[in-house]
Design a protein around this ligand. Structure first.
Ligand SMILES: N[C@@H](CCC(=O)N[C@@H](CS)C(=O)NCC(=O)O)C(=O)O
Length: 215
């Protein structure tokens, strides 16, 4: 009997939610194994990923690093004929820029959280710039979202939309920002939220048994 794929990550992580939603949308049943220590220096904590990053996918002992590689692997495993739009399907400047800005914003969100929230470090020039670039990306996305969604090729699923949902819904959970001036992002989130895959993957902290930590 084939082993069930295993997603190793954190329920509080937007990259982990991306792959969990992707798996659910494709109908690939995965087991989930939490990583408790987000700032561990031991690569074995991250299933061997030398970048010390999560999520990781374990398929029969083969470990895949990087959320997009994981999505591609899940898609192959699924044998599903759903039409998936990948970042490289973008040929127009608008779509290429939208993917670039979203990828940057997701990564900036991680850096902002580690610096400002996990480590509680005081602001410095680099952290202020990072936060500003995150906000700028969100504003850009809000302004261009309608055009971007219209320009995406015909699809059942897109990495863009799942990623954007995971990022926007992560903000109030981990890094509250004022989104009141970004109505398009808010409307997009509310619409995506209706999907079963979104309902099944709420953000929450994974705590080791007998612990009350929440980082
Ligand atoms: N390129 C990676 C980025 C993953 C990433 O940054 N994950 C965050 C959690 S959301 C992480 O590992 N944070 C720990 C750290 O950066 O030290 C991917 O797409 O999976």
């Amino acid at each position: 009997m084939k082993e069930m794929p295993e997603i190793i990550g954190r329920q509080s992580s937007h990259y982990t939610r991306l792959v969990r939603i992707f798996a659910l949308e494709l109908g690939v049943t995965c087991q989930f194994t939490p990583i408790f220590d987000l700032i561990s220096l031991d690569r074995s904590t991250y299933a061997g990923n030398p970048a010390l990053k999560l999520p990781i996918l374990n398929t029969g002992g083969e470990h895949i690093y990087g959320s997009q590689n994981i999505c591609r692997t899940l898609w192959r495993i699924s044998g599903n004929d759903q039409q998936v739009v990948w970042p490289e399907d973008s040929t127009s400047p608008l779509l290429m820029n939208a993917h670039e800005i979203l990828a940057h914003a997701m990564s900036a969100q991680v850096e902002v959280i580690i610096h400002d929230i996990v480590e509680e470090r005081p602001p410095d020039n680099a952290s202020r710039k990072r936060r500003q670039s995150l906000v700028n990306c969100l504003v850009w996305m809000d302004e261009h979202l309608g055009q971007v969604l219209d320009a995406l090729p015909e699809r059942d699923l897109s990495v863009f939309e799942i990623s954007l949902y995971c990022l926007v819904s992560h903000l109030p959970f981990r890094n509250p920002l004022d989104l009141s001036t970004m109505p398009n992002l808010q409307a997009f989130e509310q619409e995506f939220e209706k999907r079963n895959s979104a309902q099944a993957t709420p953000y929450r902290f994974d705590s080791p048994p007998n612990s009350d930590t929440d980082t």
